[in-house]
Design a protein around this ligand. Structure first.
Ligand code: UDP
Length: 316
């Protein structure tokens, strides 16, 4: 039985990844590590009785040693623009000291390593769609820099630990992903629009709403990550859904799915908000035989009950 370490296990992606690992045949044991700065134990509550899962409340920016592990998924970081704006220094530390600490564990125990990187490495890109070979356009001191530069530093660290110390590393550049367990208060577009639509409040479109994103349903992303973990690819691989939507189209989809009569209001566009973002997934298709299967409409439908439950009064 393999022992797997998932940092950021109480987060949106970390908790879905943990579930998928525990569900795999031949089962592993999973140790989830999280300092709960943006993650929530509610995302792991269903695993409390599972003997294959254990949890350590720890901040990965401080060295730790859980004993021998076979594989490490490094997913710990604040990830939404609202969270990393609030937790700037913590985000820089998670992506620097935190990544080095987990890489050193992989080196010590000869464990495989998969790092969760991000499309934010491309910044506000001037090539479209974004290929892994594009180096990006990031403002090093702008409001997003605490996240973007930490993630770019992490990629340099992961590449270096592979190059200098032969650690068996992988990196996934994750594009916008959504689904149940998205935080309700982190200001992301899908959670904001879903909750606004369900509550009958106006949908807040920042700027003219013509900026684009490509939205991947969480089950598709986790499938790609597990495939990448099995591969020998050491350079970054984009994972995301290449179907691009403007925020106006996204708002319309959400109004359709929820059947809401909410109106749309425009608010100022945040500084350095990327105008377009869309993954080129040629590499993932060829290497991992991976393709997203869930359309935005289907994914929103699958997420509806979760967002409804977030608005429901909590029973005592
Ligand atoms: N956005 C919006 N209304 C909202 C929240 C976000 O129009 O209530 C826009 C935001 O300006 C950005 C896009 O939606 O252009 C995606 O934002 P999000 O915070 O979800 O993630 P990002 O891709 O910017 O990291």
């Amino acid at each position: 039985m393999k022992k797997i370490l998932v940092t950021g296990a109480a987060g949106f992606l970390g908790s879905h990844l943990t579930d998928a690992l525990l569900a795999q045949s031949g089962a592993h044991s999973v140790l989830g590590v999280d300092n709960l700065s943006t993650g929530s134990l509610a995302n792991l509550a269903h695993l409390t009785e599972n003997p294959a899962f254990s949890f350590l409340n720890h901040d990965i920016t401080l060295p730790f040693d859980p004993g021998p592990v076979d594989f490490i998924f490094n997913f710990a970081s604040p990830a939404s623009p609202v969270d990393y704006a609030r937790l700037g220094p913590e985000t820089l530390l998670a992506g620097s000291a935190g990544t080095i600490n987990t890489l050193n564990l992989a080196r010590k125990y000869n464990a495989g390593f998969l790092h969760a990187s991000t499309s934010e490495c491309y910044g506000d890109p001037e090539v479209h769609p974004q290929l892994e070979t594009y180096w990006g356009r990031v403002n090093p001191i702008g409001p997003r820099s605490v996240y973007d530069e930490a993630k770019r530093f992490s990629e340099a660290a992961v590449a270096a630990w592979h190059h200098y110390y032969a650690v068996d590393t992988r990196m996934v550049r994750i594009f916008n992903t959504y689904g149940p367990r998205l935080q309700t208060n982190d200001g992301r577009v899908i959670s904001n629009f879903m909750l606004q639509a369900l509550a009958g409040q106006p949908l807040t479109i920042y700027g003219d709403g013509l900026q684009t994103r490509s939205f991947c349903f969480v089950s598709d992303l986790i499938d790609g990550i597990l495939r990448l973990a099995q591969s020998d690819e050491h350079t970054p691989v984009n994972l995301g859904n290449p179907t691009e939507f403007t925020m106006l189209q996204c708002a319309q989809e959400i109004l359709n799915i929820t059947g809401s009569n909410s109106t749309i209001v425009h608010q100022p566009l945040p500084q350095d908000d990327p105008a377009r973002r869309c993954p080129d997934i040629t590499k993932a298709r060829a290497l991992l035989h991976w393709e997203p299967k869930v359309s935005l409409r289907e994914g929103l439908q699958k997420s509806l009950a979760y967002f409804q439950s977030c608005l429901a009064p909590k029973s005592k």
